[in-house]
Design a protein around this ligand. Sequence first.
Ligand code: MOS
Length: 751
Amino acid sequence: MGAPGTDPVGRPTVRVDGVAKVTGAARFSSDEPLANPAFAYLVTSSIARGRIAGFRLNHASAVPGVLDILTYENVGRLAKPAPGPDGKPSTSTLEDARIWHDGQIIAIVVADTYEAARAAANLVEVDYTREVPSAGFGSAGAMTEPREAGPAGNPQRGDAAAVLATAPVRIDASYSTPPQHHNAMELFTTSCAWDGPQLTVYEPSQSMWGSKASTAGRLGLDPDQVRVVSRFVGGAFGSKGPNPRTAWVAIAAKRIGRPVKLVPTRDQGFTVATYRAETRHHVQLGATPDGRLVALTHEGWEVTSRPSGYNVAGVESTARMYACPNIATAVNITHADRNTPGFMRAPPDTPYMFALECAIDELAYALQMDPVEVRRVNDTQTDPVAGIPFSSRSLTQCFDQAAARFGWGSRSAEPRSMQDGDWLVGYGCATACYPSNVGPAAVRLSLSADGKAQVALAAHEIGTGAYTTVAIAAAQGLGLQVTEVTVTLGDSNLPPVAIAGGSNNATSTALVVAKACERVRSQLAQAAVTSPDSPFHGRDPASLRLENHALVGSNDARESLQDAVGRTGQRLEVYAENVPAGLPHGAMAELMQGKFAMLGGTARKDVTAYAFGAHFVELRIHRRTCEIRVARVVSAFAAGTIVNPLAAHSQYMGGVIWGLSSALLEATDLDTSAARYVNKNLADYLIPVNADVPSIEIIMVPERDTRVNPLGIKGIGEIGIVGMNAAVANAVFHATGKRVRDLPIRAEKLL
Ligand code: MOS
């Protein structure tokens, strides 16, 4: 490491790929040039439940330029069913005649041009055998059952029911959150090209090795026959992993003997990809008059498709948030005639922490206590479920720093007591959290005698700044400038990295890059100490470090990289694998088979690892129209080592903005009689625009965590959104005295 303040890690760094992105040079998947491509267009089901009785394709086939029409009748047996996001059974697409949900892929038209494919798709006629669909919670025919709990089960401790019955202060409330759909800028595109037996897939992906394994498995290929390329992703958020579409596009390309490009439309994205399902919650809190929790229960309900057991089960987090001796949790899933849901930014924590953090606010008012104080008295350094320490937990520091900056002290406690002309003013706060997950990873890294480094691994740039994070980690380890490191990502031919999900990416890639850099240092040091022409001849190789373009010794002797690397050749290349402590050695082999090999922050035996934060919101609600305007937000986060504070600031802000959206705007509307989404476009599916996004201040609370992992990185991808919806809802209550427990909160719920 160099002089204080000069380390690449922790220094704000502009993105190494920034210029490429803003100039259009960055190549997104559907930009990849293909030789003589044909174009695919999806035909989707117009009913939600039943069977296909028959197709009439004569009009569609007659459209000039149409090359092929794929249906279950001609290709159904060519691919195995695609698993859901949990790797288990899910709805089918072209495998058979079954219709599981509205908007299901039932045919794919391939033509010389996009326009011909689209025109023909509109002429595909389908006869259905219809059944009455169930849309979700409360629909006749929907089937609710307890979720299949994983190894940890649903967190339990003590006897929550008995203690609740006699608790001096009690809260008993139900909350709900709506379905939300992924609307990243980049659509769910897939291009496939064959070269003999070799298949190349250009697809936005946050799991390239997963996608490679899944596609190979479905097509009966050897994984080595499949290469997935995804150099840049225009927003993923959990939606861009292995999916049902890829194999069919590959089959289409094989059948016509040409590369095929599929770009589904925005509205198709609502039903051919995954989404955040609606949830319901029942929370009970028992407390002493001084605000200490004595019992907590949290039962959740989530919607999924008929065949899938996918669920997010955020009780894993809510049960661990506060010191509490008696805890009971449960999660149920409701099977309906819907597409299978999947990951969406902080999948468990966004809905479940909404319920808990609103309930804690309700408890504060019942106790006539400051909501910040309630969180302070229940703060803990020990995971109440597992009984082991948090690796570090700076929740109170986050509340203190954000409260001071926000001016929380000027709040008048009484609801509806702060006004500004015709506007009711509300202050609200809530806790943010996200588990610190980490995965195995491998990397190829080289250092040249001219002081340039090359790093290659199949990590994913999903908008978070992964190229830059990797460059920073390598610059740190090799004693170089960030600009001297060239990073290659986004190709499954490169060494594998876990899925870019669960906020593990920065941690997992930085750990393996650090390991590779150490290997380089060690080899250079070894060569130096055994070389008579080196100033380090005869020294202890462990005492040498790479710093400022040189091999440096403890007595400040230095040898230039030109000499140190030159001694071993023009370029020193290493390959390194890292399996984080706590994962079995087999984790690397699993990763190479495209499996989900990650160590969760709640799955460790030594510590429970989470990042924490605190959100503070001021909003204004017009006393007559009930128009809701957010005025300002101050959020503080402590997430261990921050690799790139500049990117982290943006990532936190993005999370806060999505949290505001989740609280006040976003919801997919369902026509419950047809089990159909009705606002499948960006005019009717509300997301925030600049005028909805007020001043947002981000505070990064310094935190040094020596237990979470050797680099102290906790990951920040998702925490920004968590709890933000509750902070807004709590501010709405403070402004109006009205508790809205059902998201999103719109004016009509306040009238
Ligand atoms: Mo995320 S929902 O882990 O991309």
